[in-house]
Design a protein around this ligand. Structure first.
Ligand code: FES
Length: 186
């Protein structure tokens, strides 16, 4: 039985052989190809594994440090496997005014994680976003890409409880609209 690291290496190897590279992602395209390939890796794995960065560097004939430097510059990329469920709290002004700070505090307590972290059991990743574009519904959070508005702490708790009961497949989620693009390191 392969370890989880071996399984990741195997998946990355298979991914590197896919159409992403065959359709023009390979050598000769240089640095401008790095970001689309990092995005493709994150779409595939839910994060950008170190092995994928190394593979991209090899394919583009760039030093690994260049690819890592580009990846870490942008807030859109994550470098750890996400939890089975994603919980994203809006920290925009409208949501802040309507209590998103307290909501975030409560969720940190419930999930026992800080923003941009995954719970020890791998169930939940907690993130923040600058705005979902649903300000009229403030305060807003999303769970596994589904946006919920006018949230009370109690309602947030019950949504988390029902996500826990549902289980779910790691990596199956898509980010909420406005999530990755609007995410800020704050
Ligand atoms: S400020 Fe929260 S959705 Fe816009």
């Amino acid at each position: 039985m392969p370890t989880s690291r071996e399984a990741t290496v195997e998946r990355v190897r298979a991914w590197l052989d896919t159409s992403v590279f065959r359709s023009g992602g390979g050598a000769g395209r240089g640095r401008e190809a790095v970001i689309p390939l990092l995005q493709a890796a994150q779409e595939e794995f839910g994060y950008v594994p170190r092995e994928a960065m190394d593979g991209i560097a090899r394919a583009l004939r760039l030093p690994s440090a260049i690819v890592q430097g580009i990846a870490t510059f942008y807030a859109q990329f994550r470098f750890k496997a996400p939890g089975r469920h994603n919980v994203t709290v809006c920290r925009g002004t409208a949501c802040h005014v309507r209590g998103s700070g307290k909501l975030l505090d409560d969720l940190q307590g419930t999930l026992r994680v800080r923003p941009q972290e995954t719970s020890a059991d791998g169930m939940f990743t907690l993130e923040t976003v600058a705005c979902f574009g649903s300000c009229a519904l403030a305060p807003v959070i999303s769970i596994d890409g589904r946006v919920h508005g006018q949230l009370s702490a109690q309602k947030a708790k019950s949504l988390i409880a029902s996500a826990s009961r549902e289980g779910g497949a790691r990596g199956a989620r898509k980010p909420a609209r406005g999530g990755a693009a609007a995410r800020g390191r704050k």
